[in-house]
Structures are given as structure tokens and as C-alpha cells.
Ligand binder design. Structure first.
Ligand code: FNR
Length: 369
């Protein structure tokens, strides 16, 4: 729109003036402490990355049933709120901004991770392909239990309570994780939603669960501190829809009246290292949604500095989220500013473990010492 639109220029996001347009993408790292409580090590990791314009936390379960992997943090009890306070204080001490990503995995879980060893819940009793990640290693996914209509308000209420907890923990806002084949996405897409009640069938019905959650969460935070993440072309976690263009156009349009802080879109960019197996020729890119969604857009997926600058300059997105580059480069913004080389990431330390591959990636300053 003007010549100040570049990655390292400031941008308004809801009520916040961010110093740059880099977003640290939400990244599950499976390093929470006992009871799925964030610990000092997590605070160190996030504070190292506080020069990002915005940090979005790793996906965080809103209730015990929402957990699908070992050692992922929660935001449903007082200990977890206190643990997250370590993180938000550490990020704020460095002048950063951090949103919490609200998560319920739905069917992407396993009885061994569920309270009482129960079945994971989902819109319909359809099992994903592949294995769940459990404390004892990969185990085949089970067929989830379809939620009763009468159970759904309690889940929406759990999102609202988790949003309140996120506020108590000192976050600057929250992102509703409606992407990557987790519970909300399972309601949106018709391969996983075969319901015949008001939460299944036409687009309005399939989007109802998301919209009720948006209403619950914005009632706590105000819309301008709430974002929504979607993966319109994603196939991760055995996802598909018979008409993703119609579905996600509908959803983006339906989100307009709320005046959200942003819509966060994962690009359909095939990449041999990509965590998702996105389709190659999907038209569902951020520039497509630009004409539909009337607010701020964050785009993610396979970006490097050059592509990010081009996307911002073209006006196709307002901010760019980086995932794997942020894992390996805590000072990504500073590195971009001086065109410094980037540290390569070590995939073997992505999920679980200790400080190795987590808080020990060097900054430029450290490299010079
Ligand atoms: C992810 N991603 C992800 N997405 C999300 O919405 N919540 C999450 O908790 C996670 N966790 C996660 C962990 C790890 C180790 C990776 C690599 C990815 C997806 C992530 O936010 C991003 O969309 C992708 O990584 C693509 O961006 P990059 O890595 O190409 O910049």
C-alpha cells in the first residue's frame, strides 16, 4: 500500500503496534513439565525469540480431553496458568508480544492420553490413518467417539474458560487453532464431519462450532485480540473436503463481522520438508483470501526472507509466520536485518527432549564472541 510495507517495518495488529511483521509460528515442542505445566526452560525458549513482532505459542490444550501428544502444555488449571506466567513475563521483559494458541485435538489422540483412558472425541466416529503419538511411542489411531449434540456447549465453554486462563496468564491475545486436522477442522471438513444435527451438513452448520468458539473467546478478549488459524489446503492428519474452496471462502467471509485481530492462513506450498502434505495445485493461497477477508492476514508455510518480502510488498499478507526458521534462529529478525546466514534446523530435536535443539541455537552475537 505504501513504501513502508516490508518485513521489518512496523504494523498494527489489533491494539498492538508491532515493531516488525515477523511472526513466530505456533510450534509444538513437547517440552512442558509434569502435569503439562510450562517451566523455566520454556520461558527461556520463548524469551530468546521475543524480537519477533508476534510470538504465537505452541498449541495448548484447553481441557484434558484436548491433548493428543505427550508433554504438550495445557491452559485449564491454576498450575498451568502460573507456568505460562513465567513465559509471558519473560517475553514482555524483552518487549515482545505473545498470543496463546487454543487447541483441542479431537480424534488426533489416544486413550492412553485421555482422562480415564476414554476414547478421543470427534464430530463423527471416523478414525484417522496412521499412528497416535503416545508416551510409549506410536500406536495406531482408534476410532473416536462421536460427540452428542448436547456435549458441544461444554466444549465451547472450555474454550471460553481457557481464554480467561490465557488472560490470567498474561498473554496479549489468543489464536483459535482451527487448522491441521484438529477438532475444529474436523467439524469444518466433510470427510470428518458426517453429522446430521445443526453441526453437520451444509457450510453454515459445519462452521457453527468454530463460530460459537469465536463468540465465546471474543466475549473474553474482545475481537481485536483474537486470531483464527486455518489450513484451507491442508491434508495433514488425514484431512480432506469435497469442496475446500467453497468451505474456506465461506468461513473467511463468515469471520468478517467479528473484526478479529487477524486471520492466519497456512499456504498450500509443497515442500519436501513440509510438515503437511499439501496438494500441489491448490488455489487456496493468501492472495485468494485477501479479497474475501477484510482484516489483517498472517501467512505461513515455507517462507524464506525473499518470499516473505515479496508477499508483503504485493499486499497479499500483512505479516509472515516462520516455523522451522524460528526453531533454529532465535534472532531471526536481527539476522534478516543484516542478511546474516541462518542456522540450519535439526529435525531430530523438534519434538521432545531438553535444551538441546531448543534453547541452544546460537544468536549472531554469540557467534561473534
Ligand atoms: C508445527 N506447526 C504447528 N502449527 C500449529 O498451528 N500449531 C502447532 O502447535 C504446530 N506445531 C508445529 C511443530 C513443529 C515442530 C513444526 C515444524 C510445525 C506448523 C507451523 O506452525 C507452520 O505452519 C509450518 O511449520 C510451516 O511453516 P515453516 O516451518 O515452513 O515456516
Amino acid at each position: 500500500m505504501n513504501n513502508t510495507r516490508h518485513l521489518l517495518s512496523s504494523v498494527q495488529l489489533g491494539p498492538y503496534t508491532l515493531p516488525n511483521r515477523l511472526v513466530m509460528a505456533p510450534l509444538t515442542r513437547n517440552r512442558a513439565g509434569d502435569g503439562n505445566v510450562p517451566v523455566t526452560l520454556n520461558a527461556t525458549y520463548y524469551s530468546q525469540r521475543a524480537s519477533a513482532g508476534l510470538i504465537i505459542s505452541e498449541a495448548t490444550q484447553i481441557c484434558p480431553e484436548g491433548q493428543g501428544y505427550p508433554y504438550t502444555p495445557g491452559i485449564h488449571n491454576a498450575e498451568q496458568v502460573a507456568g505460562w506466567r513465567l513465559v509471558t513475563d519473560a517475553v514482555h521483559a524483552k518487549g515482545g508480544h505473545i498470543f496463546l494458541q487454543l487447541w483441542h485435538v479431537g480424534r488426533i489422540s489416544h486413550p492412553s492420553l485421555q482422562p480415564g483412558g476414554g476414547l478421543p472425541v470427534a464430530p463423527s466416529a471416523i478414525a484417522p490413518e496412521g499412528d497416535a503419538s503416545t508416551l510409549s511411542g506410536p500406536q495406531p489411531f482408534v476410532t473416536p467417539r462421536a460427540l452428542e449434540t448436547a456435549e458441544i456447549p461444554a466444549i465451547v465453554e472450555n474454550y471460553r474458560l481457557a481464554a480467561e486462563n490465557a488472560m490470567a496468564a498474561g498473554f496479549d491475545g489468543v489464536e483459535i487453532h482451527a487448522a491441521n486436522g484438529y477438532l475444529i477442522d474436523q467439524f469444518l471438513e466433510d470427510s470428518t464431519n458426517h453429522r446430521t444435527d445443526r453441526y453437520g451438513g451444509d457450510l453454515e452448520n459445519r462452521a457453527r462450532f468454530l463460530m460459537e468458539i469465536v463468540e465465546a473467546v471474543t466475549s473474553v478478549w474482545g475481537a481485536n485480540k483474537v486470531g483464527v488459524r486455518l489450513s484451507p489446503a491442508g491434508t495433514f492428519n488425514s484431512m480432506s473436503d469435497s469442496n475446500p474452496q467453497a468451505l474456506f471462502s465461506y468461513v473467511a467471509e463468515a469471520l468478517n463481522p467479528y473484526g478479529l485481530a487477524y486471520l492466519h492462513l497456512i499456504e498450500p506450498r509443497p515442500d519436501e520438508n513440509s510438515v503437511s502434505e499439501d496438494s500441489e495445485h491448490s488455489p487456496l493461497t493468501c492472495d485468494y483470501f485477501r479479497s474475501i477477508f477484510k482484516g489483517t492476514i498472517i501467512s505461513a508455510g515455507g517462507y524464506n526472507q525473499e518470499l516473505a518480502e515479496a508477499t508483503i510488498a504485493a499486499g497479499n499478507a500483512d505479516l509472515i509466520a516462520f516455523g522451522r526458521l524460528y526453531i533454529a534462529n532465535p534472532d531471526l529478525a536481527e539476522r534478516f536485518a543484516v542478511n546474516a546466514p541462518l542456522n540450519p534446523y535439526d529435525r531430530s530435536t523438534f519434538y521432545g527432549g531438553d535444551e538441546k535443539g531448543y534453547t541452544d541455537y546460537p544468536t549472531l552475537q554469540l557467534e561473534k564472541v
